[in-house]
Every structure is written in C-alpha cells, then in structure tokens.
Ligand binder design. Structure first.
Ligand code: PGA
Length: 236
C-alpha cells in the first residue's frame, strides 16, 4: 500500500487527478471506476482542466460508477448520474454512452446488480477504481455488515450515512433509505485502487481501515488485501 499524506485539499485533488491522468495517458481505453461525494469534486475539476488544456484525452475511456440511490432518476439533481454528468462528464470529452451508473430505478434491483456485474466483466474489469470513504468505513455504499457482499446489490443505508448525506438534501427525510452499490468483487478485482480521504474527521476511520483488523464491520479494511492501493489523505 502506498500512503500519501498531503497538507491541503487542493494538493489531494492534484495528486488524485495526476494518478488518474497518468492511467489514461498510459492506457487511453482505460475503464475507470468512479465515485461521488464531496471528496472527488476537486479531483474532477482538475481532470476537466487537464482535458481542456489538451493534456488528457478521455475519448476512449469507459467509466463505471460505484453506486446510485434507489428510486432517483438520472435527471433528479440528487442522483449520482446527475452528479457525474454535471461534475465531470459534461466537462471532459468522454463519450456519454460509455459512462455507466447502476440504475436505481430498476424494478428488480437484484437483476440490475447482475446486469451491472456482467457489464463490468464484459469490459474486462476496472483498471483504476477511485474510492472515497464514509465515516463508518463504507466504500461505495457497502455499509458495515456481518459479511462482505461480493456482487452489486441493494443496500439499506446506515443511519450515519443518511445523516452525513443529508447536507445535500432539503431535509434528512428526503435522503433515500436504500441504494444499489457495486460489491467487493468488482472493487477488489480492479487492477489499481485510489482512495481519497479529506479532513480530520476521516483520520480515525482511515487508521482503522488500513492499520486495524480486516472486518466487514469496517468495509474499507478489505482493501488491505488488495495488491495495488494508493491512499491520499489530507487532514485539512
Ligand atoms: P464524502 O463521501 O466524499 O462526501 O466524504 C465519501 C463517501 O461517503 O464515500
């Protein structure tokens, strides 16, 4: 594991964007696993700058996102599809038809999970997976549990996740209670993992995840078993 500690959010964003840019420069047809949340916003902004400057070309890139809220359509401004379109995809030259987010409105989420895993498999797996980390140690929406779940699956969001994400909604009651998330199989089979964490309040969970026991109660701890993980952490 490579653990990079930086001094500011701006530095974190630059480091993460540089790692993603390097991946795309070295392999233009990369499959990027992407994440939502407030942490990747600066990274996505930098990638858009690099793309605009002509330094990175996303024309041949495919992306697969980690998760989506249940019941939110892509044009709902709280959906993760909307987040990705507006914070990254519209600002770079990626082909929107090659950007994938699980369908939180699918009638049968179990079937949608199977479809999503099949899609990732058919793409040849993920070259670089970007991850944030929740205060409870979740990656994607894999919440603390008795087991690590392999497949893309429906989840009930942890009360702490609902609390943390309420800041993006008009009220806590509007935060969906369920979601669909990539499971540990696609994440762990990614060739490289890049986890970004920002802020003093993440320090404790980052320590537990990477320096404590491996347990599904701290989902990110499974990453200790991955052969190529880079963590970029800023205490700002
Ligand atoms: P954040 O979310 O980037 O908004 O802190 C991270 C996560 O919940 O995975």
């Amino acid at each position: 594991m490579k653990f990079i500690t930086v001094k500011s959010y701006d530095e974190l964003s630059k480091k993460a964007a540089n790692i993603i840019a390097a991946q795309v420069i070295l392999k233009p047809c990369s499959v990027l696993g992407l994440a939502t949340g407030s942490t990747p916003l600066g990274t996505y902004k930098k990638l858009a700058e690099y793309n605009k400057a002509g330094d990175v070309d996303f024309a041949d890139v495919t992306s697969v996102n980690l998760d989506e809220y249940q019941g939110l359509k892509g044009d709902n401004d709280q959906s993760y599809r909307y987040f990705m379109d507006n914070n990254l995809f519209k600002n770079i030259n990626i082909d929107i038809n090659k950007t994938f987010v699980p369908d939180g409105c699918a009638v049968d989420l179990a079937k949608e999970g199977q479809r999503y895993d099949e899609l990732i498999k058919n793409l040849g797996g993920i070259d670089l997976q970007l991850l944030g980390i929740g205060l409870d140690g979740h990656i994607g929406f894999n919440e603390p549990d008795e087991v690590f779940t392999k497949e893309t699956h429906e989840v009930e969001l942890d009360p702490s996740t609902i609390e943390a994400n309420a800041r993006f909604f008009a009220s806590k009651d509007e935060v969906p209670k369920k979601a669909i998330t990539m499971g540990m199989m696609s994440i762990m089979q990614a060739k490289k993992i890049l986890l970004i964490a920002n802020g003093k309040n993440k320090k404790d969970i980052v320590e537990k995840s990477f320096f404590g026991p491996i347990t599904p109660q701290i989902p990110a701890s499974i990453l200790q078993l991955h052969p190529d993980v880079t963590v970029v952490f800023s205490e700002e």
